[in-house]
Write a protein that binds this ligand. Sequence first.
Ligand code: ATP
Ligand code: MG
Length: 589
Amino acid sequence: MAWKTVKKIKDIQRIQPNLPDYDLTCSTFSWENIRRELDGLPDGRGLNIAHEAVDRHANGPLREHLAIRWLGGSGTVLDYTYRDLQEQSNRFANVLQQLGVKKGERMSALTGRIPQLYIAVLGTLKTLGVFCPLFAAFGPEPIYQRLQMGDVKVLITTENLYQNKVMGLRDRLPKLQHILLVDREEDAGEGLWSLPKRMAEASGSFTIPATDPEDMAVLHFTSGTTGMPKGAIHVHNAVLIHYMTGKYVMDFHPGDIFWCTADPGWVTGMSYGIIAPLLHGITNIVDEEDFDAERWYGILDKQKVSVWYTAPTAIRRLMRMGVEPCKQHDLAHLRLIHSVGEPLNPEAVMWGQEVLGLPIHDNWWQTETGGIMITNFPSMDIRPGSMGRPLPGIKAEIVSRVAKNMVEVVPEHDRVGELALKPGWPSMFRGYLHDDERFRNCFADGWYLTGDLAKRDKDGYYWFVGRADDIIKTSGHMVGPFEVESALMEHPAVAEVGVIGKPHPMIGEIVMAFISLNANFKPNEELRMELIGFGRKRLGSVVAPREIKFQDNLPKNKAGKIMRRLLKAREVGMPEGDISTLETESGEE
Ligand code: ATP
Ligand code: MG
């Protein structure tokens, strides 16, 4: 793919990045050195995420520094210093211990982004319980699946969510023993406890038990984009990646104000919406509300956000609204913008440059990797459309599967193959819960196989091609949906696009695009033909879509990712498969 580099234009960018020289940092990098930048539990009792994120700062000069600023939907603002977080998470840890939660037992939260969620995560990690995130917008079935698969023992939730989504599941969840209600002043019966009451009665002191870095910390379910969500097991040692990527990717500096828009129900919202900023002793903004362009620009402006981590789906929504809403706000404090979750079209990178005054830095990782693996580093010029380069300490390759359990490394540049990572980085998942075979099948010949197809250019930048399941085989060619989608995104009428391979008796599959249009464009035959012509000119006739369908709301899962498998299943009349994480399609925009 042809690329242009984007140079930074804001003066504020002149802050010296934590990684000024990629090759130098890679050549001198060691995990031992990263570990030395962390504290470790007193008396050599191991490594615990919550100690590094909270107690380390609460016991030092950052004690009174603002750790979390919570922006409530009704306009309420609540501030928590590192000392507050320490005290509250200690109380929560004591509450769990009183309920008899033991090391390795699972605890979940179904609350929405409220302060108690953040306190619960940190408190659980202190007790050596395992946190299993949920997303409050899930319906009862996905909630059931996760609570059941995760053997969850304690759930924290609101009275309303309990009545509407959990109560009816309890007969089927014998292992769920305790419900802690955040908005109930008194206990409501056996196993249905008032969290405020228990927190008030609990001690604000807690000693974190000895923590083996290999102790399980978080059980994360994948987004369910390609099928049934899988429960990925993560351990306390993952803190090394959270810290290292906070340093080299997010480029945290003292005094930074960080906002990660992802919900902690997804791995991004946990690793970067909670842990990484706290590890660096900076201020983490939490917004209770969902996407709203005006509100978001307002937060960037009023909270003086300096580092912002968001997702392509949100960026595309902002792009749709044009320049005006942004013009009303002062984004002078913004120094870095990052994106993850789906491929970021070059169009979006350039839009950031033009409208926000900063390009958007794409990075790639998965629930299974626990943290960012490939990124466009702040010190490098961005190649729009590229995911960037691997983190120091991370070895990536493009491989091809030659037989079951056998892969070959593809040495040439610009060749498409599967993205593979050398196992052994600290935040690598340690298994899929209850599915050892699936876990084993992710590895071959000493590589972890990501299931994503990509290529690497001659300078070592990685380019996403598509998920292996989504790749289109047409007339003997392999076509990645991302390339086609990015080309169509360049047309002014196109707001969002999902590309699939539609089975065809002669040529295997034809490339087909589902397009949602920008507000001032109407779907009609003329525009359809224009877009087909536009695609051909950009991509050539083999790769360009032969069929285009206009569709207002493309199906997305609750993590905001376009579900191409569903577009395809519906188009060809196949079963829809697991749609438990599907976003409600009406009124989505
Ligand atoms: P499931 O595994 O259940 O199908 P999922 O893969 O969407 O769901 P996640 O772990 O949340 O679950 O997402 C990781 C995937 O998201 C990656 O494997 C990749 O396909 C995609 N992805 C993430 N970041 C990027 C990026 N910057 N560019 C391209 N794709 C990305
Ligand atoms: Mg996946």
